[in-house]
Structure formats: C-alpha cells, structure tokens
Design a protein around this ligand. Structure first.
Ligand SMILES: Nc1ncnc2c1ncn2[C@@H]1O[C@H](COP(=O)(O)OP(=O)(O)OP(=O)(O)O)[C@@H](O)[C@H]1O
Ligand SMILES: [Mg+2]
Length: 493
C-alpha cells in the first residue's frame, strides 16, 4: 500500500507562482534529453474555451523507455547519472500534468490518457518518438507569456526545434569557455550527489526585452544578474523548483564569464554587482588582463590609487589627467585583486611629489642658512660630526620647509635634508634621543634605501653599535649646547 497520495488541485495551486512558461520548459527539456533530432511545440487556444492545447512531440526513435514514468513521481530517473541531461527528479512532467484539465502521452510503448475519470492506458503506439499533449486553462496573457518563453529557449545544435511551426533560430554565442562547476549526479545507488565537473559554458547576448538568465543545457532557469545569458553545458545544482542556484555556483559562473567577456565591458557592465561578486569569491583567480579591463572600464586607463603617504602626489595626478581612485570605490577584494594584478599604482609612485634627489623635481623650499636658529645649527653640526665618524664621509646638510612633504628628513649619498616643515622648529631643540633616532634612520640609507631590506636592517644595528661606542668614548661630540670652541676645549682639556 502506498504511503502517499497527491492532491493534484493543491499541487496546481503551489505551482501557480512558477507562471506558465515552465510547462514548455519541462516538456521541451524532456524531449531534448532524448535522442531526438526534431522537436515540435504547438500551443493553440481551443476555440471558444478558456483552455489551450500544448503539445510537444519528438522523434526520438525509442520513445518512453518506461511509460509508468509518465505518472510515477520520483521513480529513479535514468537521466540523473548523466551530467549532460536535464532531468533528475522524475517530477517535471508530473508537474505539467498537475496543471492539466486532461492529457495524453503517446509513445512507442503505448499511450496513457489522463482525464476527469483518472488514468487510462491504450494500446495505441507511435512508430517513433513521443507526443505529450496537455489541455491547460490559460488566460491570453499567460498564452503570450508562453510565446515569449518559447523564444528564449536556446535549442541545442542538431535538434531542430519548432514553435508553432516556426524553427527557433540558432543563436550563436558571444563567448564560450570551459569551467569546472558544481553539478549533481546520481551515484551507483541513484542518490544525487553534488560534485565538481568541467563543462562548457556559452555566453549569449539577450534579445531586446529579454532578462539575462542562467540556462541549463538551453533551458532558462534563473536570472543571471549578468549582462548576458549564460548557458551551462551540464546539470546545474537545483532544488525541486528548478528556480534557484547556490550562491557559490553563481559566483564562480560570474567570475568565469567575466574572464571570457572582459573585452566587452563598459562602465555600466563593469559596475554591476555581479563583478563585485566575482571579485569577492574569485578575485585571486582572475587574470591580470581581466582585472585591468574591469578597472579601465570603471576608472579609465589613466588611474592611480589615492596615496595618503604623499598628499601632493594625488593633486598632481588629477592635474595630469588621472582618475584618483579612493578606498571606498572598490571593495577589499577588488583592491586586493587590483594590486595583485598591478592594475593600479599609488599616486606617489606615478606622479610623486618633488623629491630632492630626483632629476627634474622642483627645487626644495629651503630655510636659508642665515635664518637657521641656534638649535638648527647645533643639530646640523651634530649630524656632520656623526656622519664623518659613523659613515666615514663628510655630508652636506640642508633644512627644507615643505609641510606637505611626508618625510621628516631624507638622505641621498652625502646629502642630508631635514624637513622643518614636517619636524617642526621645536624638534631641533631635542630631546637628543629623538634627534639620534632620526639620524640613525637617515644614515642607514647610506647603505640601503629599502626600509624592509636586510641590508638596511644590518646597517642600523651596525650604526647603533658604533654610535654607542662613540658616545662612551667621546661624549662631548653629542653635546648640543657647546660652541665648537667650547667643544674643542672639552675634548682636549
Ligand atoms: N519526450 C520523452 N521521451 C522519452 N521519455 C520521456 C519523455 N518525457 C519524459 N520521459 C520519461 O519520463 C520520465 C519522467 O519525466 P520527468 O520530467 O517527470 O522527470 P525527469 O526528466 O527524469 O526529471 P525532472 O523532474 O528533473 O525533470 C523521464 O525520466 C523519462 O524517462
Ligand atoms: Mg524532466
């Protein structure tokens, strides 16, 4: 005795929300799952009634392998182990029947009729193929919806598919790629399992008025949120309703499509939420070309990132016609991919503010020597003394007044510049520890420029050691409060 019975009218009500286009999709999907080369869909109003007759006929030589599957829900579907077929639940065609006033399924192994009195089988057999006919209540709007739905189908190559006698035109894809995507396949015992599998994906331009959809082997499933239709060449992971895909599946598909279609991005496409989704989950896998194409479409080819370490560089970038991209204009994942792909550089690197040792930089605003305070003179003297002892070389020392320049001091070979604009005048008055801190930092650059390099690190520890020894042996060298003559006295007296 069966556990379940089906309230067909109740099921029909639940199905209302799927609209009527799904009737075509289920029946055509079934026909395309078979070895058919011709599929004919006809939909016509039955004159003087509120009903239409929908018929889907195919020429698959074998017809229904087991006619019982026409009415048995969830019987193990032989198609569920085949990634290249759409069917898996053994349910779709029964959902179509649920909406029917009456129906006939004629095939090579017999015919079954459904009407007000129930289900009847007859011996009528077709020489080839199957013909599924359902009489369904439909408003004119719903019939028009079916017309539109039929035209959105992407018929597989080699299967002439006609709607009311007119062959659905072959729609050539704009792009194609291979992707490893989640699919679901039955295992040896018929249980559906999620698994990853390589498949081909075709990207199509939607026709006027079409909403871009994800397709499963030519049958539309769910809005893609992309600027294009995307036809996946294998089973798509789906719930019973066949109207939703998992977010991770969507993100991967979006990243894949972005990769193939990056050449066709404009600002509107590149700013879509789908691009953000692709970066969020697969930013690290996108090619450098794709990442650069997205940034070019959004911000133009001349772009730099806002550089907080060099404020002047940002204004210089704007003046030079660059778009300065601020942090909030891209998500963290987008920034990470953009930097990783070298698709954007900070303004400080592209249009740096003037630096004293760079050729062509504008001259520094200097504090003239006659305007130096006594404290400035003392620090300059200290710097020169320590340079000659620690670096073994004389150096020139200048004092700049560059408040927008992000450094307290700079050191190029033999040249030290203090930036009073950054350090402040008071800094020159001590404490000594702060002054030595800066001098060690700058003298370290005598050996290496990169702060994070091993060479720089070694130079600092070496200088630190030498500095301490010098301080013990000749403390007077460090006195800021003595004139040179007094110091001579302290050294030799
Ligand atoms: N046109 C057809 N030609 C041959 N067999 C068919 C045809 N239409 C349906 N069938 C058979 O009837 C079965 C039931 O179809 P149904 O659409 O209910 O389930 P399914 O396609 O297996 O899975 P799903 O519920 O995912 O669509 C199919 O598995 C298939 O064996
Ligand atoms: Mg089916």
């Amino acid at each position: 005795m069966n556990w379940f019975e089906v309230d067909r009218a109740g099921l029909a009500k639940v199905l209302e929300r799927r609209g009527k286009g799904f009737l075509l999709f289920e029946l055509v999907g079934n026909a395309w799952d078979e070895a058919a080369t011709e599929v004919d869909i006809t939909l016509e109003r039955i004159a003087g009634t509120r009903n239409v007759r929908l018929c889907v006929r195919d020429n698959n030589p074998d017809g229904f392998a087991d006619l019982r599957h026409a009415w048995v829900l969830w019987a193990s579907s032989k198609k569920s182990a085949d990634a290249g077929k759409r069917g898996r639940f053994n349910m779709g065609e029964k959902l179509v029947l649920a909406l029917a006033e009456s129906a006939e399924i004629a095939s090579t192994r017999g015919t079954v009729l459904f009407d007000r009195d129930g289900r009847h089988q007859s011996r009528k057999r077709l020489a080839q193929g199957s013909c599924i006919t359902v009489v369904v209540r439909m408003t004119e709007d719903e019939r028009a919806e079916c017309d539109r739905a039929a035209r959105t189908l992407l018929a597989p190559a080699g299967v002439a598919t006609r709607y009311n006698g007119e062959e659905l035109p072959h729609r050539a894809p704009e792009g194609r790629c291979e992707l490893v995507l989640a699919t679901e396949l039955a295992d040896d015992e018929g249980r559906l399992r999620r698994t990853q599998r390589k498949t081909s994906v075709a990207v199509h331009q939607p026709l006027e008025g079409e909403t871009p959809m994800i397709y499963e082997l030519g049958v539309p499933i769910v809005e893609s949120g992309l600027p294009w239709h995307v036809d996946v060449g294998q089973k798509v992971p789906l719930a019973f309703d066949r109207d939703n895909v998992p977010p991770a599946f969507l993100a991967k598909l979006r990243a894949g499509v972005l990769e193939v279609m990056h050449g066709q991005l404009d600002a509107e496409k590149a700013n879509g939420a789908w691009v953000r989704d692709a970066f969020e989950h697969h930013g690290g896998e996108l090619s450098q070309t794709t990442v650069a194409a997205v940034l070019s479409a959004r911000f133009g080819d001349r772009r730099v990132s806002y550089d907080p370490s060099d404020p002047e560089a940002n204004s210089r970038a704007v003046a030079a016609g660059y778009t300065v991209v601020h942090g909030s204009q891209m998500s963290a994942a987008e920034w990470s991919a953009a930097r990783g792909a070298g698709a954007i550089e900070p303004a400080g690197r592209v249009t740096p503010s003037p630096r004293p040792y760079v050729d062509g930089g504008r001259p520094l605003k200097l504090v003239a020597e006659e305007d130096w305070t006594e404290e400035m003179q003392a620090v300059v003297g200290l710097a020169k003394r320590l340079a000659s002892r620690l670096l073994g070389t004389g150096i020139s020392v200048r004092i700049a007044m560059e408040p927008t320049w992000p450094f307290g001091a700079t050191y190029g070979p033999g040249h030290l510049v203090f930036n009073a604009g950054r350090l402040g005048r008071e800094w020159f008055g001590g404490p000594l520890a702060d002054i030595l801190d800066l001098l060690l930092h700058e003298f370290g650059h005598h050996h290496a420029s990169d702060h994070l390099s091993d060479g720089y690190h070694k130079a600092l520890t070496r200088l630190g050691g030498a500095l301490a020894s010098l301080a013990l042996a000749e403390p007077a060298l460090f006195r800021l409060d003595l004139t040179e003559r007094q110091r001579e006295g302290a050294l030799h007296g």
